[in-house]
Design a binder for this molecule. Structure first.
Ligand code: PAF
Length: 298
């Protein structure tokens, strides 16, 4: 695996990878890699001849009081993991390569960036959209892969690609990959390492309560009741704050007051426990009438 950290060397490396008409997949990350990222890499390999992973902790998507300083940085370990996973190229720019002196442009996907996570994290999705568009322009991939755990992020990136006529003519070129979970259901996240052992045990309540609420909606319980019970379960489990727990249209992110089997519905939750703000989401669909069992950690 080749690692490059300047745009000049990136351009040459990308041209070499694409020679002979090879297709290229991009997996953008902020590092601190876990099994979720490696699943994106494996999926990328299935969709293209060559795989590029980027690692860049993007300051523009962190708010003033957020964890930019504390965000885990482990480039050497991540590089080894990506090399072992068969990645062709690692793009690991420093700050000045992405935002050189005088940098002034922001991409804003208005509307869907101000709800849900955007309410608590003003400017977050502007930072995401801006850096992702830059990565798309720098690497010019045929496909790009993102985890469904960040459902709002995925929705915003798809909307940006459509609105700006990016070289992905259809949203299918931006591939959402199903959330990778621990055996007890907790969605994998680089921020899970902020959890103490006790908080980690209690954090399992999040996905459990979501599955219960989603199943109740499908069984006909009013959405407001099911979400009320979900919130109560999180409070009982010791979550410190619930930023949101909502049923939304999966594509437009419009708020829904009732579950509609004819519509793609998504339950989205963000809640704080200790230092970790956990987010999760799931489809609320008829198949939930027969949910699979998860392993309990006791
Ligand atoms: O999901 C992430 O890790 C980041 O938001 C992304 C897409 C790499 C942009 O910085």
């Amino acid at each position: 695996m080749q690692t490059v950290s300047t745009r000049a060397t990136l351009a040459n490396a990308v041209a070499a990878l694409k020679s002979g008409g090879k297709t290229l997949a991009l997996v953008p990350t902020m590092g601190a890699l876990h099994e979720g990222h490696l699943t994106l890499v494996r999926q990328a390999r299935a969709h293209a001849d060559r795989v590029v992973v980027s690692i860049f902790v993007n300051p523009r998507q962190f708010g003033a009081n957020e964890d930019l300083g504390a965000y885990p940085r482990q480039l050497a370990a991540d590089t080894a993991v990506l090399a072992a996973a068969g990645v062709d190229l690692l793009w690991a720019p420093d700050l000045n390569e992405i935002y050189p002196a005088g940098y002034a442009t922001t991409v804003s996907v208005a509307g869907i960036d101000h709800m849900l996570c955007g309410m608590q994290r003003p400017g977050h999705f502007d930072g995401v959209a801006t850096v992702v568009l830059k990565l798309f322009n720098q690497v010019a991939p045929d496909v790009a892969l993102f985890g469904e755990k960040d459902w709002q992020q995925l929705t915003i990136i798809r909307r940006m690609a459509r609105d700006l006529d990016l070289s992905f003519p259809n949203a299918a070129a931006i591939i959402g990959v199903a959330t990778v979970r621990e055996p007890d259901g907790l969605a994998m996240s680089s921020r899970n390492r902020y959890l103490t052992a006790d908080q980690r045990a209690r954090a399992t309540a999040l996905n459990r309560a979501m599955r219960t609420a989603a199943g109740a909606m499908v069984a006909g319980e009013p959405v407001a009741h099911a979400i009320g019970a979900l919130r109560q379960a999180l409070v009982l489990a010791g979550f410190d704050r619930i930023d949101y727990a909502e049923l939304r249209d999966a594509e437009t992110l419009d708020a829904l007051t009732g579950w509609d089997p004819a519509r793609q519905c998504r339950l989205l939750v963000a809640a704080q426990i200790g230092r970790a703000r956990l987010i999760d989401n799931m489809a609320v669909e008829p198949a939930l009438a027969n949910p699979p069992e998860l392993v309990s950690n006791g």
